[in-house]
Design a protein around this ligand. Structure first.
Ligand code: EPU
Length: 346
Protein backbone atom coordinates (compact mmCIF):
# COMPACT_ATOMS: atom_id res chain seq x y z
CA UNK A 1 0.00 0.00 0.00
CA UNK A 2 1.42 3.36 -1.00
CA UNK A 3 1.38 5.06 2.39
CA UNK A 4 1.83 8.48 0.77
CA UNK A 5 -1.47 8.12 -1.07
CA UNK A 6 -3.77 7.95 1.94
CA UNK A 7 -4.26 10.85 4.33
CA UNK A 8 -6.04 10.73 7.68
CA UNK A 9 -8.69 13.04 9.15
CA UNK A 10 -9.09 15.34 6.17
CA UNK A 11 -11.45 18.32 6.45
CA UNK A 12 -14.17 18.06 3.79
CA UNK A 13 -15.73 21.48 4.39
CA UNK A 14 -13.69 23.18 1.65
CA UNK A 15 -14.42 20.19 -0.61
CA UNK A 16 -18.23 20.44 -0.80
CA UNK A 17 -19.99 23.40 -2.42
CA UNK A 18 -22.58 23.57 0.39
CA UNK A 19 -19.59 24.14 2.70
CA UNK A 20 -21.08 21.77 5.28
CA UNK A 21 -18.77 20.69 8.08
CA UNK A 22 -17.40 17.15 8.13
CA UNK A 23 -14.23 15.18 7.72
CA UNK A 24 -12.99 11.95 6.23
CA UNK A 25 -11.21 9.43 8.45
CA UNK A 26 -9.30 8.27 5.36
CA UNK A 27 -8.82 10.25 2.15
CA UNK A 28 -6.94 9.59 -1.08
CA UNK A 29 -6.48 11.65 -4.21
CA UNK A 30 -6.44 9.49 -7.32
CA UNK A 31 -4.56 10.94 -10.29
CA UNK A 32 -4.21 7.68 -12.27
CA UNK A 33 -6.79 4.92 -12.76
CA UNK A 34 -4.06 2.35 -12.12
CA UNK A 35 -3.81 3.50 -8.50
CA UNK A 36 -7.35 2.29 -7.80
CA UNK A 37 -7.15 -1.53 -7.57
CA UNK A 38 -4.50 -1.61 -4.85
CA UNK A 39 -6.17 1.15 -2.87
CA UNK A 40 -9.55 -0.57 -2.97
CA UNK A 41 -7.98 -3.84 -1.93
CA UNK A 42 -6.53 -2.06 1.08
CA UNK A 43 -9.93 -0.50 1.91
CA UNK A 44 -11.61 -3.91 1.63
CA UNK A 45 -9.02 -5.48 3.92
CA UNK A 46 -9.73 -2.73 6.50
CA UNK A 47 -13.49 -3.16 5.91
CA UNK A 48 -13.79 0.52 5.04
CA UNK A 49 -16.75 1.87 3.10
CA UNK A 50 -15.65 3.86 0.05
CA UNK A 51 -17.16 7.17 -1.09
CA UNK A 52 -16.18 8.98 -4.25
CA UNK A 53 -16.09 12.74 -4.17
CA UNK A 54 -15.86 14.71 -7.41
CA UNK A 55 -16.30 18.47 -7.23
CA UNK A 56 -18.49 18.04 -4.13
CA UNK A 57 -21.21 20.06 -5.86
CA UNK A 58 -24.02 17.53 -5.57
CA UNK A 59 -23.60 16.11 -2.08
CA UNK A 60 -25.03 16.85 1.36
CA UNK A 61 -22.43 16.01 3.98
CA UNK A 62 -24.34 14.80 7.03
CA UNK A 63 -21.69 13.63 9.50
CA UNK A 64 -18.04 12.64 9.65
CA UNK A 65 -17.17 9.84 7.24
CA UNK A 66 -15.43 6.91 8.89
CA UNK A 67 -14.53 5.17 5.65
CA UNK A 68 -12.30 6.10 2.72
CA UNK A 69 -13.11 9.13 0.58
CA UNK A 70 -11.67 9.03 -2.92
CA UNK A 71 -11.07 12.34 -4.66
CA UNK A 72 -10.87 11.59 -8.35
CA UNK A 73 -8.29 13.88 -9.95
CA UNK A 74 -7.76 12.06 -13.26
CA UNK A 75 -7.01 14.65 -15.95
CA UNK A 76 -7.09 13.74 -19.61
CA UNK A 77 -8.54 15.21 -22.85
CA UNK A 78 -8.35 13.32 -26.09
CA UNK A 79 -10.08 13.79 -29.46
CA UNK A 80 -10.87 10.99 -31.88
CA UNK A 81 -12.09 12.24 -35.27
CA UNK A 82 -14.74 9.90 -36.67
CA UNK A 83 -15.53 11.73 -39.93
CA UNK A 84 -15.95 15.28 -41.27
CA UNK A 85 -18.75 15.87 -38.82
CA UNK A 86 -18.32 13.84 -35.63
CA UNK A 87 -15.70 13.36 -32.94
CA UNK A 88 -15.42 11.40 -29.74
CA UNK A 89 -14.06 13.49 -26.89
CA UNK A 90 -12.50 11.34 -24.16
CA UNK A 91 -12.15 12.99 -20.76
CA UNK A 92 -10.61 12.06 -17.43
CA UNK A 93 -13.20 11.91 -14.64
CA UNK A 94 -11.44 14.67 -12.70
CA UNK A 95 -11.78 17.29 -15.45
CA UNK A 96 -13.89 20.30 -14.51
CA UNK A 97 -17.21 20.06 -16.36
CA UNK A 98 -17.65 23.72 -17.28
CA UNK A 99 -14.05 24.03 -18.49
CA UNK A 100 -14.73 21.09 -20.83
CA UNK A 101 -17.95 22.67 -22.12
CA UNK A 102 -16.07 25.87 -22.99
CA UNK A 103 -13.18 23.98 -24.51
CA UNK A 104 -15.50 21.90 -26.74
CA UNK A 105 -17.63 24.90 -27.70
CA UNK A 106 -14.52 26.87 -28.73
CA UNK A 107 -13.67 24.19 -31.30
CA UNK A 108 -17.08 24.59 -32.95
CA UNK A 109 -18.33 21.13 -31.96
CA UNK A 110 -21.90 21.12 -30.72
CA UNK A 111 -23.65 19.14 -28.03
CA UNK A 112 -22.48 20.52 -24.69
CA UNK A 113 -23.42 24.21 -24.99
CA UNK A 114 -26.72 23.95 -23.02
CA UNK A 115 -24.82 22.36 -20.13
CA UNK A 116 -22.52 25.35 -19.53
CA UNK A 117 -21.73 26.47 -15.98
CA UNK A 118 -22.99 23.31 -14.26
CA UNK A 119 -20.63 22.87 -11.31
CA UNK A 120 -18.78 19.62 -10.74
CA UNK A 121 -16.53 17.16 -12.51
CA UNK A 122 -16.83 15.08 -15.65
CA UNK A 123 -16.95 11.86 -13.61
CA UNK A 124 -19.97 13.09 -11.65
CA UNK A 125 -21.91 14.09 -14.77
CA UNK A 126 -23.17 10.60 -15.72
CA UNK A 127 -24.16 9.73 -12.15
CA UNK A 128 -27.07 12.14 -12.06
CA UNK A 129 -27.26 12.49 -15.87
CA UNK A 130 -26.82 16.25 -15.59
CA UNK A 131 -29.26 18.29 -17.63
CA UNK A 132 -30.31 21.84 -18.36
CA UNK A 133 -32.31 23.83 -20.92
CA UNK A 134 -33.73 20.81 -22.67
CA UNK A 135 -30.51 18.79 -22.95
CA UNK A 136 -29.27 15.91 -20.84
CA UNK A 137 -25.78 14.45 -20.76
CA UNK A 138 -27.25 11.19 -22.14
CA UNK A 139 -27.98 13.02 -25.45
CA UNK A 140 -24.24 13.15 -26.21
CA UNK A 141 -22.93 10.33 -24.03
CA UNK A 142 -20.99 7.57 -25.82
CA UNK A 143 -19.45 5.36 -23.10
CA UNK A 144 -17.40 5.42 -19.90
CA UNK A 145 -14.68 3.42 -18.19
CA UNK A 146 -15.21 2.50 -14.57
CA UNK A 147 -13.76 0.18 -11.97
CA UNK A 148 -16.47 -2.36 -11.14
CA UNK A 149 -16.03 -3.23 -7.48
CA UNK A 150 -18.28 -6.27 -7.79
CA UNK A 151 -16.34 -7.81 -10.67
CA UNK A 152 -12.96 -6.44 -9.55
CA UNK A 153 -11.96 -5.08 -12.97
CA UNK A 154 -12.12 -2.03 -15.25
CA UNK A 155 -15.12 -2.11 -17.59
CA UNK A 156 -16.37 -0.01 -20.47
CA UNK A 157 -20.09 0.72 -20.23
CA UNK A 158 -21.98 1.85 -23.33
CA UNK A 159 -24.84 4.30 -23.14
CA UNK A 160 -27.60 1.64 -23.07
CA UNK A 161 -25.91 -0.11 -20.14
CA UNK A 162 -25.89 3.09 -18.05
CA UNK A 163 -29.72 3.10 -17.69
CA UNK A 164 -29.96 6.87 -17.93
CA UNK A 165 -33.16 8.58 -16.82
CA UNK A 166 -34.09 12.06 -15.60
CA UNK A 167 -31.35 12.87 -13.05
CA UNK A 168 -30.85 9.13 -12.77
CA UNK A 169 -28.50 6.33 -13.86
CA UNK A 170 -27.19 2.90 -12.97
CA UNK A 171 -24.43 4.66 -10.98
CA UNK A 172 -26.86 6.69 -8.92
CA UNK A 173 -28.76 3.51 -8.02
CA UNK A 174 -25.58 1.54 -7.18
CA UNK A 175 -23.28 4.16 -5.64
CA UNK A 176 -21.08 1.51 -4.03
CA UNK A 177 -20.34 -0.42 -7.18
CA UNK A 178 -18.69 1.74 -9.85
CA UNK A 179 -15.84 4.24 -9.80
CA UNK A 180 -15.89 6.24 -13.01
CA UNK A 181 -12.44 7.10 -14.36
CA UNK A 182 -13.06 8.24 -17.95
CA UNK A 183 -16.05 9.47 -20.00
CA UNK A 184 -16.51 9.61 -23.79
CA UNK A 185 -18.84 12.08 -25.49
CA UNK A 186 -19.94 12.15 -29.12
CA UNK A 187 -19.99 15.70 -30.50
CA UNK A 188 -20.87 16.96 -33.94
CA UNK A 189 -20.34 20.06 -36.04
CA UNK A 190 -23.83 19.95 -37.57
CA UNK A 191 -26.08 18.84 -34.66
CA UNK A 192 -29.20 20.98 -34.30
CA UNK A 193 -29.07 23.37 -31.36
CA UNK A 194 -31.77 22.87 -28.73
CA UNK A 195 -33.03 26.41 -28.20
CA UNK A 196 -36.72 26.01 -27.46
CA UNK A 197 -36.49 25.88 -23.65
CA UNK A 198 -38.36 28.94 -22.24
CA UNK A 199 -35.65 31.26 -21.00
CA UNK A 200 -33.11 30.20 -23.60
CA UNK A 201 -35.66 30.78 -26.39
CA UNK A 202 -36.10 34.32 -25.04
CA UNK A 203 -32.34 34.95 -25.01
CA UNK A 204 -32.08 33.73 -28.60
CA UNK A 205 -34.99 35.98 -29.63
CA UNK A 206 -33.21 38.94 -28.01
CA UNK A 207 -29.89 38.09 -29.66
CA UNK A 208 -28.47 41.34 -30.94
CA UNK A 209 -27.05 40.05 -34.18
CA UNK A 210 -29.74 37.94 -35.85
CA UNK A 211 -27.82 37.82 -39.16
CA UNK A 212 -24.89 36.13 -37.55
CA UNK A 213 -25.18 32.38 -37.19
CA UNK A 214 -25.23 31.07 -33.63
CA UNK A 215 -22.15 29.15 -32.53
CA UNK A 216 -21.78 26.73 -29.62
CA UNK A 217 -19.83 29.48 -27.87
CA UNK A 218 -22.61 32.06 -28.18
CA UNK A 219 -25.20 29.54 -26.97
CA UNK A 220 -22.98 28.55 -24.02
CA UNK A 221 -22.61 32.26 -23.17
CA UNK A 222 -26.41 32.72 -23.25
CA UNK A 223 -26.93 29.71 -20.97
CA UNK A 224 -24.27 31.06 -18.60
CA UNK A 225 -26.01 34.44 -18.46
CA UNK A 226 -29.36 32.81 -17.59
CA UNK A 227 -27.79 30.64 -14.89
CA UNK A 228 -25.83 33.52 -13.37
CA UNK A 229 -28.99 35.63 -13.16
CA UNK A 230 -30.95 33.01 -11.26
CA UNK A 231 -28.72 30.41 -9.68
CA UNK A 232 -26.47 31.42 -6.78
CA UNK A 233 -22.70 31.18 -7.19
CA UNK A 234 -21.58 28.49 -4.72
CA UNK A 235 -18.46 30.57 -3.96
CA UNK A 236 -20.74 33.34 -2.62
CA UNK A 237 -23.82 31.46 -1.37
CA UNK A 238 -22.92 27.82 -0.72
CA UNK A 239 -25.43 25.48 -2.44
CA UNK A 240 -25.73 22.22 -4.36
CA UNK A 241 -27.92 23.39 -7.25
CA UNK A 242 -31.46 22.01 -7.33
CA UNK A 243 -32.12 20.38 -3.96
CA UNK A 244 -35.14 18.43 -5.25
CA UNK A 245 -35.99 16.65 -8.48
CA UNK A 246 -38.94 17.90 -10.50
CA UNK A 247 -41.62 15.31 -9.60
CA UNK A 248 -43.39 13.33 -12.31
CA UNK A 249 -47.09 12.59 -11.70
CA UNK A 250 -49.54 10.51 -13.73
CA UNK A 251 -51.86 12.12 -16.24
CA UNK A 252 -55.00 12.13 -14.07
CA UNK A 253 -53.17 13.62 -11.08
CA UNK A 254 -51.62 16.31 -13.29
CA UNK A 255 -54.99 17.24 -14.82
CA UNK A 256 -56.64 17.40 -11.43
CA UNK A 257 -53.83 19.59 -10.04
CA UNK A 258 -54.10 21.89 -13.06
CA UNK A 259 -57.81 22.35 -12.36
CA UNK A 260 -57.20 23.18 -8.71
CA UNK A 261 -54.11 25.33 -9.32
CA UNK A 262 -54.41 27.14 -12.66
CA UNK A 263 -50.85 28.54 -12.44
CA UNK A 264 -49.29 25.07 -12.07
CA UNK A 265 -46.12 24.71 -14.17
CA UNK A 266 -46.36 21.24 -15.75
CA UNK A 267 -44.73 19.71 -18.85
CA UNK A 268 -45.94 16.48 -20.52
CA UNK A 269 -43.55 13.67 -19.58
CA UNK A 270 -43.71 9.87 -19.94
CA UNK A 271 -47.49 9.82 -20.32
CA UNK A 272 -47.98 12.08 -17.29
CA UNK A 273 -46.61 15.46 -16.26
CA UNK A 274 -43.34 16.71 -14.87
CA UNK A 275 -44.10 19.47 -12.35
CA UNK A 276 -41.78 22.38 -11.56
CA UNK A 277 -40.79 21.68 -7.96
CA UNK A 278 -39.52 25.27 -7.70
CA UNK A 279 -43.03 26.54 -8.42
CA UNK A 280 -44.62 24.18 -5.85
CA UNK A 281 -42.15 25.29 -3.15
CA UNK A 282 -42.53 28.94 -4.13
CA UNK A 283 -46.34 28.65 -3.79
CA UNK A 284 -45.89 27.34 -0.25
CA UNK A 285 -44.12 30.60 0.59
CA UNK A 286 -40.60 29.26 1.04
CA UNK A 287 -38.74 31.34 -1.55
CA UNK A 288 -36.24 33.63 0.21
CA UNK A 289 -36.91 31.98 3.60
CA UNK A 290 -33.94 32.42 5.92
CA UNK A 291 -33.10 30.72 9.20
CA UNK A 292 -30.00 31.22 11.32
CA UNK A 293 -27.76 29.02 9.19
CA UNK A 294 -29.74 27.70 6.23
CA UNK A 295 -32.37 29.00 3.83
CA UNK A 296 -34.03 29.00 0.41
CA UNK A 297 -32.62 31.05 -2.47
CA UNK A 298 -34.52 34.26 -3.16
CA UNK A 299 -34.56 33.82 -6.95
CA UNK A 300 -35.08 30.04 -7.26
CA UNK A 301 -36.97 28.12 -4.59
CA UNK A 302 -35.47 24.81 -5.72
CA UNK A 303 -32.06 25.79 -4.35
CA UNK A 304 -31.31 25.53 -0.64
CA UNK A 305 -28.51 27.65 0.79
CA UNK A 306 -26.08 27.18 3.66
CA UNK A 307 -25.41 30.61 5.17
CA UNK A 308 -22.59 29.31 7.36
CA UNK A 309 -22.12 27.64 10.77
CA UNK A 310 -24.89 25.17 9.96
CA UNK A 311 -24.88 21.41 9.46
CA UNK A 312 -26.16 18.78 7.06
CA UNK A 313 -28.78 17.86 9.69
CA UNK A 314 -30.12 21.45 9.75
CA UNK A 315 -30.34 21.56 5.99
CA UNK A 316 -32.16 18.22 5.89
CA UNK A 317 -34.55 19.38 8.64
CA UNK A 318 -35.42 22.42 6.51
CA UNK A 319 -35.88 20.23 3.44
CA UNK A 320 -38.26 17.98 5.41
CA UNK A 321 -40.43 20.96 6.36
CA UNK A 322 -40.54 22.02 2.71
CA UNK A 323 -41.42 18.49 1.57
CA UNK A 324 -44.13 18.26 4.18
CA UNK A 325 -45.73 21.56 3.09
CA UNK A 326 -45.67 20.54 -0.58
CA UNK A 327 -47.20 17.14 0.31
CA UNK A 328 -49.97 18.77 2.36
CA UNK A 329 -50.82 21.44 -0.21
CA UNK A 330 -50.40 19.52 -3.49
CA UNK A 331 -50.31 15.84 -2.46
CA UNK A 332 -46.96 15.54 -4.24
CA UNK A 333 -43.80 13.93 -2.83
CA UNK A 334 -40.50 15.68 -3.50
CA UNK A 335 -37.36 13.62 -3.82
CA UNK A 336 -34.02 15.06 -2.70
CA UNK A 337 -31.68 15.38 -5.67
CA UNK A 338 -28.11 15.52 -4.25
CA UNK A 339 -26.47 12.47 -2.69
CA UNK A 340 -26.50 12.32 1.12
CA UNK A 341 -23.13 11.18 2.42
CA UNK A 342 -21.94 10.35 5.90
CA UNK A 343 -25.32 9.14 7.16
CA UNK A 344 -24.80 5.42 7.59
CA UNK A 345 -21.72 5.10 9.72
CA UNK A 346 -19.49 5.14 6.66
N1 EPU B 1 -40.43 28.56 -10.74
C1 EPU B 1 -41.14 29.35 -9.87
N2 EPU B 1 -40.56 29.71 -8.68
C2 EPU B 1 -39.30 29.32 -8.35
C3 EPU B 1 -38.57 28.51 -9.24
C4 EPU B 1 -39.15 28.14 -10.43
O1 EPU B 1 -42.28 29.72 -10.12
O2 EPU B 1 -38.85 29.69 -7.27
C5 EPU B 1 -41.03 28.20 -12.02
C6 EPU B 1 -40.32 29.00 -13.14
O3 EPU B 1 -40.93 30.22 -13.35
C7 EPU B 1 -40.50 28.08 -14.32
C8 EPU B 1 -40.50 26.70 -13.71
O4 EPU B 1 -40.76 26.85 -12.32
O5 EPU B 1 -41.74 28.30 -14.94
C9 EPU B 1 -39.22 25.94 -13.92
O6 EPU B 1 -38.13 26.69 -13.40
P1 EPU B 1 -36.68 26.70 -14.10
O7 EPU B 1 -36.82 26.96 -15.56
O8 EPU B 1 -35.80 27.58 -13.31
O9 EPU B 1 -36.17 25.23 -14.04
P2 EPU B 1 -36.28 24.14 -12.88
O10 EPU B 1 -37.24 23.11 -13.33
O11 EPU B 1 -36.52 24.81 -11.60
C10 EPU B 1 -34.42 22.61 -13.88
C11 EPU B 1 -33.20 21.88 -13.39
C12 EPU B 1 -32.02 22.84 -13.26
C13 EPU B 1 -31.75 23.44 -14.64
C14 EPU B 1 -33.02 24.16 -15.11
C15 EPU B 1 -32.87 24.67 -16.52
C16 EPU B 1 -34.03 20.04 -12.03
C17 EPU B 1 -34.19 19.47 -10.67
N3 EPU B 1 -33.49 21.25 -12.11
O12 EPU B 1 -34.79 23.54 -12.88
O13 EPU B 1 -30.88 22.07 -12.87
O14 EPU B 1 -30.67 24.34 -14.59
O15 EPU B 1 -34.13 23.21 -15.13
O16 EPU B 1 -32.91 23.61 -17.42
O17 EPU B 1 -34.36 19.37 -13.01
C18 EPU B 1 -29.62 21.31 -11.00
O18 EPU B 1 -29.97 20.17 -11.31
O19 EPU B 1 -28.86 21.53 -10.03
C19 EPU B 1 -30.12 22.44 -11.79
C20 EPU B 1 -29.86 23.70 -11.45
Amino acid sequence: MNAGLVEQDVDLQPRNTLRLPGSARWYARIAEPDALPQLLQWADAQELAVQVLGGGSNVVLCSPINGLVLAIAIHERHWQVLDDDQVILTLGAGENWDAVVRYAAATGYRGLENLALIPGTVGAAPIQNIGAYGRDLSDVFESLDAWDRRQGCFRTLESEECEFGYRDSLFKRHPERFIIVRVRLRLSRSATFRLDYGELAQEVADYRDPDQELTPETVAAMVSRIRLAKLPDPAVLPNAGSFFKNPVVDHATGESLREQFPGLVAYPDSGGFKLAAGWLIDQCGWKGHREAHVGVHSKQALVLIHHGNGSGAELLALSERIRSDVRTRFGVDLEIEPRLIGTQGD
